[in-house]
Design a protein around this ligand. Sequence first.
Ligand code: KG4
Ligand code: ZN
Length: 340
Amino acid sequence: MPEYLLAIESSCDETAAAVITRDLTVLSNVVASQAELHERFGGVVPEIASRAHVERILPVIDEALTTAGITPADLKAIAVVTEPGLVGSLLVGLTAAKTLAMVLDIPLVPVNHVEAHLYACRLGAGRDIFPAVGLVVSGGHTNLYDCQSAVDYRMIGATIDDAAGEAFDKAAAILGLPYPGGPNVERTARTGNETAYRLPRTFLKEDRLEFSFSGLKTALLYEVQGQPGAHRTPPAMTPQRLADLCASFQAAVVDVLIAKLELALTRTRHRAICLGGGVAANGYFRDRVEAMARRRKVELFISPREFCTDNAGMGAVGWELLDRGRTAELDVDVKPGLIR
Ligand code: KG4
Ligand code: ZN
């Protein structure tokens, strides 16, 4: 008789639930996106997000159970993201999880959202992937980790300003492309020349495991709108200029991500990389990191695309935590914070 874990995710603007068996088969992975609710504000509005979670959480859990073909009584444990994220949003998922755990009298397992992004790599691998250098590149985080085991991650570097996904979203806004920016920049870049514009690569050659993308965003803005106070009017936007700008921007972000991954490999001496988060869905990035891993002869585990952007399937890490007794009492609280 298989054992089932219910994972719940509500840290930002996706209400998500998944059912995962102990052998890490994701039987259902339901994600209700709120993108259309926040689009006209140009970013996530926390109060709108928590209210939408309240409306959606029970139907989403219900659909995850139904798709998996099980009932609540079949569940062995509940994993729920308790950190980091928006306080009101996290509380909705945690309250649903606590209620189910109490009624069903099963363990409650708190999950760190950023670490779950890394564990998503394990879902595609079919075997243990640690120790490894971990990189989470999402809308909120660009974090490098020394991953000793599936539940033992030490952060060794992060961005000092914008996250990589946030940079993609801001670039898209500057270029007049719709939200979320990442997939649209990637699509537009396909017909562009990545060497057309020389955009900054902050810290590229410096011996530090930090990222900074705000200078790149400003350089792109000046390229599009002209330097403040300068007399040169920027060239008119054409489809080719747009594609070249997207390709040059994408290459600048990826150059830095690859360089810092390489530095982290050198420092930790790990022979494997795991890569998760929304930006890990980017095909150009995936190709470049594959080429680097081949060149350095290290193993590469990238999160399967369906587990890159926010979802509950990556809450499968709950099994590893459960096995190590890392469960919580019903008075456990959320830890919003921005970076762990
Ligand atoms: O992991 P995620 O869903 O949410 C956070 O935890 O932040 O990541 C969302 C981010 C957005 O900034 C989005 O633009 C970016 O991931 N993203 C991409 C791609 N798909 C999503 N960035 C570049 N290329 C993509 N294909
Ligand atoms: Zn995320």
